[in-house]
Design a protein around this ligand. Sequence first.
Ligand code: HEC
Ligand code: HEC
Ligand code: HEC
Ligand code: HEC
Length: 440
Amino acid sequence: MRGILFGLGLSLSLGVFGLAQAQVMPHQSKHKSLGTVNCASSTCHGSIEERSGTPVLQNEYTTWLRQDPHTQAYRILLNEDSKRIAKNLGLKKPAHESKECLDCHSHNAPSTQRGDRFDLTDGVSCEGCHGPAGDWVKTHIEPKPSHAKNIQNGMYPTNEPYAVAKLCTSCHQGDATRPITHQIMGAGHPRLAIEVDTFLALEPPHYRIDQDWTERKGSFDSGKIWAMGQIAAASNLMNLIADPKRNRQGLMPEFMMFDCHSCHSPMSKKDWQPAMGASPGQARINDSSLAMVSALVKATQPQKSAQLKADIQALHVASTSPTANQDQLTKAANKINSTLTDVRNGLSAVKMDGPVLQKVLKEIVITASSGQYHDFAQAEQAFMSVSSVANSLGQRGDSVMVQNLNKRLNSLHKILANDEQYDRTAFQNGMAGLKQVLGE
Ligand code: HEC
Ligand code: HEC
Ligand code: HEC
Ligand code: HEC
């Protein structure tokens, strides 16, 4: 969790609830990518200052160029770390020419779909998130542009919570369109973790959700973005577990499906607890997002809670019991995926308003302070989720409680700053402090 700061007073996120079907990722789209230079003119998105009186800020390119880490995504592939990773993996080409790296460190559109001014070195470019502009570039500057028409022409629906969650997690966790393996980690790649709503605030935003945004794109709901981010991450993991092309490395299961620290922690620690799995000495599936979805379900669709709990239990049994086999594990992962779809559909009727967010917050904090988020990955998700949900509450006006929470979150952040020195008891105690702030 490098660089995660908070008191995210500016946490923005977006709105319309959309039951996005399997979205085509921008790098796999059939439309043509034109290149960032086409967006960058000062009369389009390259203004130095924010413009007023126009629907969009028009300085998006300037914000991206000066402040957005994604401009560096390609350049990183030229540094010493990347050279070492590529060498350790025995890649045939250097990192900045290898698909294994470019798929996430640039907008790696198919070579046939690149316009004259397309430039891979732009890194995660405008079109890397908004979709190839070949066909929507014209419609988006019509006198009365229609968002729906732009989407039809290949614009990616970044305004829809589930779609944006799928987009960000595809690179920040990896998915079938952007595979990442433990071999890449072993070669020296940093561990990946994301909470979508928090990361949207950190990017930093180059847009403003105001009245005209809502008129053009629908309502805006940061609570839903948090929820969809957790569902998308859980679902990506279930897809990995169930995908015969990706779920093994030779004799071993693909280690990306497990909690990293269930293998990577000092032997001297000796802190296994019965809550952590069926038996000691086994790698545990990384259920950090499932733990957050469980809290979401308890707060919003409690009638599905028992089912989800049973599904997660079955997944752990299928991965650790002495008679475990891949078929059972695949079945358990597919079962969870269908429950996740059910939960996602159910959410369309739920408004993530103040009372619902309060429930989510309490659920996470109470579970955490009872010591049930034992793994670092769970603690990290719980922490980012609490700060995201608290911020959403803050935007709705509960500022005193949020200020008090934020003070305590600061010290929790220190506990999580270094995963190798993570102290489970300190985290649990910190969460117990939050419980008091919530009056529980
Ligand atoms: C699934 C997508 C994905 C793939 C595949 C991938 N990366 Fe990354 N990489 C990321 C993301 C996301 C980050 C930023 C992580 C963060 O800061 O949270 C990152 C970070 C890095 C960093 C650290 C950057 C820094 O600022 O210190 C290096 C170095 C790196 N990647 C190199 C590579 C190389 C080399 C390859 C190919 C072998 C590769 N990556 C493949 C997604 C990916
Ligand atoms: C990492 C992903 C990402 C990248 C890269 C990115 N954007 Fe965005 N952009 C978003 C998200 C998320 C939103 C907010 C949701 C929305 O309005 O669709 C957004 C919103 C916008 C908006 C809409 C504001 C509104 O009021 O409707 C514009 C315009 C925009 N971006 C332009 C750009 C330009 C130009 C670039 C390149 C210089 C760029 N974006 C790069 C993710 C990205
Ligand atoms: C095409 C792949 C890709 C997509 C899509 C993508 N990212 Fe990234 N992102 C990266 C890479 C690679 C880095 C690392 C760049 C660096 O270290 O400078 C990164 C870095 C970041 C960082 C800085 C992380 C840190 O630890 O400092 C944030 C925040 C971030 N992305 C948010 C988002 C959000 C929010 C979305 C979705 C709207 C998104 N990203 C979509 C590839 C991607
Ligand atoms: C099932 C056990 C297991 C899990 C789970 C696991 N690893 Fe590993 N990891 C290993 C083994 C085995 C090695 C190889 C150690 C060696 O070469 O000495 C390794 C090596 C590494 C290395 C290289 C360390 C070095 O000494 O160079 C890194 C970095 C790494 N893993 C990161 C991760 C990350 C990130 C995750 C979670 C996504 C993870 N690992 C999950 C077993 C695991």
